[in-house]
Each structure stands twice: as structure tokens, then as C-alpha cells.
Design a binder for this molecule. Structure first.
Ligand code: SF4
Length: 378
């Protein structure tokens, strides 16, 4: 009997464990194979933490630091040094991750920007991604938080794709004691607005959900349906990340347990079911000890993996060596291939600026994937 079409109530029942998930996993794997065959991709990246200052106070965050305690900006030479190291290790993506609008909270941030003639951190991001685009062999992918239309227009000139995690659609998570209390940039309506703007501007976009931060099952399901709606409406959602919360000793949520591997695999399978066969569904390989269940749950991408920089968002969890990732992927019956920060289906002039398309196209083979072998210098 065919599996039912995506349905919020059945999704919640799978997630709550009141319906046995065997048929869900079979459907998720079928959908993935239908859309992507037996190829699993990853992006060979270098992490550029442009600033660890942030105006927000997410209760699960270990990335943001105050001035004097690790909160700082990278200067252009530091950005270039990181990206050049990525060049030497065969990376193709420079992932810019940073705190949101630190200048609204920290005088030190305002002083840094003023000294360099930038009105905002977002303007500095644009300047630095332009620098990386012009001066290095890598493609930038900026993930700088909320982005108004003018900023996205400018970033499109040097970034083949942009990103913003939706995390969750529930405003309840910003109530006192919640994970997003004191984090104005985590307002779900404003995040959806940023993703909508990208759709209207035809910018390939990465988003996703953060699982295990205190959301209810119905809120998680609603978040996945919201992403599916955005993907249907604009066609620009190039990938959906399903990321599991990971507790750390230095965060307010240090005693909140991570989602169990079993539940997380069900979340991934539900995501594939809701998002459909052609969606690129990704789960980070450094946040799960067993990777086989994520493949069985319907992912087709491992996301960014760096041979040289740490995961600044989850510094306690190093990425697996690419040889291990390749072995796990192969043992499950798949090929592991490197991709750019923009997926092959978006490599055309309707999605990319001419100069960005020209640079990206020169980095891939006929299938839109990076032809180099998995293992290069490390
Ligand atoms: S998770 Fe992002 S927005 Fe929240 S405090 Fe950390 S850096 Fe800022």
C-alpha cells in the first residue's frame, strides 16, 4: 500500500512514537532515491567566523562572546589567511558565519566598523565576501542573520547562495526562559521574511530547523511545513538542514539533553517526507555518532565539512575525516561527491549573477559537481 501524502497529524504521531516509523523510513529512503539516486554530496569548506560578537542571547549558543572575552571581528588579512588555507586544502566554499547586528549592542563593534568605514556588520560582510570572491579560488556563502532586501541584492553579486536557519516557526520559544528570549533576530516572522526576500530575488537559499531546543512536536512539524511552502512558492530553497541541538558546558541550556539518535532519525525522515524527493535534505555528520541511520532516514547531503577549521557553532564536535565519511557513505551503498555551496540545479543565469555563474561553472564538471577526488591534501 503506498505511504500516505505528508500530513501534520501523522507526522506528529511518528515523532511522538505513537505510530511505528518503519513505513516512514521506507518512504523517506524511496523519496531520496527517486530524487537523487545513490549520490550523497558534501561541501568542502573553510569556516570564516567574521565576528563572534552578537546582539542576541540565544540560550544554546556558544559561538557569541562579549568584547574582551573572545568577541571580535576578523580583519581582512585574517579572512584571506583562512580562505587561502582552504585553497591549499582543496576547499571550494568560504562559509561566513557570524553574530547578528553586534553594533546594536557593543560599542566595540561600532568602533571597529567606523574605523573601517562600514555602517553595519552586514556591509562589512558584503565587503569581505566580495574580497574572497575577487581574490581567492573559493566561493563565499554568507550566513549573517536577518538580511534586508538591499543587503541581499548586494550579497548576490559575490555569493552564489545565502543562508539563514529558520530554526522554528514558534514565537513561544522567545518567551522568558525560552531558548530565544533576548534574541530579537530569532523572531520567526522576520526570518521567514528574509527567506521570502531571497525567493523574490532568486537567490539559492539554505535554511533548516534546529531540533531539541524546547520546541513541541507540533511546532517542529509546522516549521517543516513552512519550509516546504517556501520551497514550493519560490523554488529557491536549495537545501534544508536538519540540525540536532547539542548541549555544551558553557551554555545556559547545558543540562538539556540532545535529542536521542532514534528520535533525530525520525525527524530527518519526517523532513524528507514533507519536503519531497527533489529537496536537498542535510544532517551534519559531526553531531551524530552513528551516520548510517541518517542515510536510512533519507538525507542526500552531509553539508559543509572542513578539512582544516573547527565547527565554530559546535566546537566540541569535530567533523569526521573525509575518508571516514566516504567509507560510511560507501558502505551504505552510496557515492560521496563534493559539491559547491550552490547545488547543481541552480547553476544557471536565472539564479546567479553572470560573473558568479562563470566562476562556479569553471569549478564543476558536466554534472555540476566538483570533479576532484574526495581526499586531497589535508
Ligand atoms: S545563536 Fe546566533 S544569533 Fe543566537 S546568540 Fe549565538 S550568534 Fe547570536
Amino acid at each position: 500500500m503506498p505511504h500516505p501524502a505528508p500530513d501534520p497529524e501523522l507526522a506528529a504521531a511518528y515523532l511522538d512514537g505513537t505510530v511505528e516509523p518503519g513505513p516512514l523510513f521506507a518512504e523517506a529512503a524511496r523519496l531520496r532515491d527517486l530524487g537523487h539516486g545513490r549520490t550523497i554530496t558534501y561541501s568542502r569548506k573553510v569556516f570564516v567566523p567574521l565576528t563572534t560578537l552578537c546582539r542576541d542571547r540565544c540560550r544554546y549558543c556558544t559561538f557569541a562572546k562579549p568584547p574582551g572575552a573572545g568577541g571580535a571581528y576578523l580583519v581582512p588579512d585574517e579572512v584571506l589567511a583562512l580562505v587561502r588555507a582552504g585553497e591549499r586544502h582543496g576547499c571550494t566554499e568560504a562559509l561566513f558565519t557570524l553574530g547578528d547586528r553586534p553594533e546594536d549592542r557593543w560599542p566595540a563593534a561600532r568602533a571597529f566598523l567606523e574605523e573601517r568605514g562600514h555602517a553595519s556588520t552586514l556591509e562589512y560582510v558584503a565587503a569581505m565576501t566580495e574580497l574572497v570572491f575577487e581574490e581567492t579560488a573559493l566561493l563565499p556563502h554568507a550566513n549573517p542573520g536577518l538580511m534586508p532586501e538591499g543587503v541581499q541584492r548586494r550579497l548576490r553579486r559575490s555569493n552564489p547562495s545565502l543562508g539563514l536557519m529558520l530554526e522554528n516557526v514558534s514565537p513561544r520559544l522567545a518567551e522568558p526562559g525560552g531558548p530565544h528570549h533576548g534574541a530579537p533576530d530569532k523572531d520567526p516572522a522576520r526570518r521567514i521574511e528574509t527567506i521570502e526576500i531571497a525567493g523574490r530575488l532568486r537567490i539559492p537559499f539554505t535554511s533548516g530547523v534546529l531540533v531539541g531546543i524546547g520546541e513541541r512536536t507540533d511546532e517542529l512539524v509546522a516549521s517543516l511545513f513552512a519550509l516546504a511552502d517556501l520551497a514550493r512558492k519560490h523554488g529557491h530553497l536549495q537545501e534544508v538542514i536538519v540540525q540536532n541541538f547539542s548541549p555544551k558546558a558553557d551554555i545556559p541550556m547545558r543540562s538539556v539533553p540532545a535529542p536521542s539518535p532514534r528520535r533525530f532519525a525520525v525527524v530527518v525522515a519526517v523532513a524528507r517526507w514533507i519536503l519531497g524527493p527533489t529537496a536537498n535534505v542535510q544532517a551534519p555528520p559531526n553531531l551524530s555518532t552513528e551516520l548510517g541511520p541518517l542515510l536510512a532516514a533519507g538525507i542526500n547531503d552531509w553539508g559543509g565539512v572542513s578539512p582544516i577549521t573547527i565547527d565554530w557553532v559546535n566546537p566540541e564536535a569535530p567533523w569526521p575525516h573525509l575518508e571516514r565519511l566516504e567509507a560510511v557513505t560507501r558502505d551504505a551503498g552510496f557515492d560521496l561527491r563534493a559539491r559547491l555551496p550552490v547545488y547543481p540545479e541552480y547553476l544557471d543565469a536565472t539564479w546567479l549573477e553572470p560573473r558568479v555563474l562563470a566562476k562556479a561553472a569553471a569549478m564543476v564538471g558536466d554534472d555540476g559537481l566538483v570533479p576532484s577526488p574526495v581526499a586531497v591534501a589535508r
